[in-house]
Design a protein around this ligand. Structure first.
Ligand SMILES: NC(=O)c1ccc[n+]([C@@H]2O[C@H](COP(=O)([O-])OP(=O)(O)OC[C@H]3O[C@@H](n4cnc5c(N)ncnc54)[C@H](OP(=O)(O)O)[C@@H]3O)[C@@H](O)[C@H]2O)c1
Length: 244
């Protein structure tokens, strides 16, 4: 068993999750890295000693739980779960397909609930542990073409604060990170061309330079590195030039 406790990161194949994996890997933590495209995780610049990679769709509670139990059997209990996996499919409510709504709600909300449920019982009985959920500035502010995505991220805000209150007495920390627009693969799944063009034009209006995912990873580590008795409840982080 490694000296440091186990950290589980969902959506580790790209963007914020991949950067967060690299930061904690450099700091010597054993990692369970989850995504559907595990070949992308295997290509990350990591020291793969003490890294377990499992193909998991976070909306599938059984495979999510199996992966965490497998990692815990090797590395001990999960000390930090970063619920980062998410998708953003932009579109107007009238024209966007219900299938896209379902995909976002299943991944962005059910996936987060699944992860919390798997680790919380053990964390509360140990009176220790941390969960950091990745929401969005679209989780507390409205943006055009974000109806279903906003619903999912407002949901993450609501469930995170609810659970934080429920487990506070057990000394378990529940935190939220709400990033603004950042340079990741998030936009690559948007199917509506007009919504995509509008989003890209909005990004251009910030000088084309949005948030570096590395800074989100550093924020996650900053929250975790606080002593267990201190919870940073929420951090919203965005490019300085993001006005909205
Ligand atoms: N980039 C932004 O502008 C921005 C702003 C605010 C909030 N966020 C949030 O930040 C989080 C990370 O996104 P990102 O920007 O880093 O985008 P990204 O580069 O597209 O990464 C998303 C990650 O989630 C994983 N994922 C998606 N659906 C999954 C599922 N059903 N099961 C397991 N893994 C799944 C993807 O892996 P696979 O496809 O390999 O499964 C990928 O690793 C998301 O929750 C997103 O909503 C992003």
């Amino acid at each position: 068993m490694a000296n440091k406790p186990l950290i589980v990161i969902t959506g580790a194949s790209s963007g914020f999750g991949a950067k967060t994996a690299q930061l904690f890997n450099q700091a010597g933590y054993p990692l369970l890295l989850l995504a559907r495209r595990i070949e992308k995780i295997k290509e990350l610049p990591l020291d793969f000693n003490n890294v377990l990679i499992e193909q998991v769709d976070v909306s599938n509670s059984q495979e999510f739980k199996q992966a965490i139990k497998k990692a815990e059997a090797i590395y001990g209990p999960t000390d930090l779960l970063v619920n980062n996996a998410g998708i953003m499919l932009l579109g107007n409510i009238v024209t966007q397909s219900e299938d896209e709504w379902q995909k976002m709600l299943q991944t962005n909300i059910i996936g987060v609930l699944n992860g919390m449920k798997i680790v919380l019982e053990d964390m509360t009985s140990r009176n220790s542990g941390t969960i950091i959920n990745i929401s969005s500035i679209a989780g507390f502010k409205a943006f055009t073409d974000h109806a279903a995505y906003g619903a999912s991220k407002f949901g993450v805000h609501g469930l995170t604060e609810t659970v934080r209150q429920e487990v506070a007495n057990s000394n378990v920390r529940i935190s939220l990170v709400s990033p603004g627009a950042a340079e990741t693969e998030l936009l690559t799944h948007v199917t509506n061309e007009k919504s995509l063009d509008d989003y890209l034009a909005w990004k251009d209006s910030m000088g084309g330079l949005t948030l570096d995912p590395e800074k989100v990873a550093e924020t996650i580590k900053f929250i975790y590195d606080m002593p267990q008795e201190v919870t940073i409840r929420e951090i919203a982080i965005a490019a300085t030039k993001q006005q909205a």
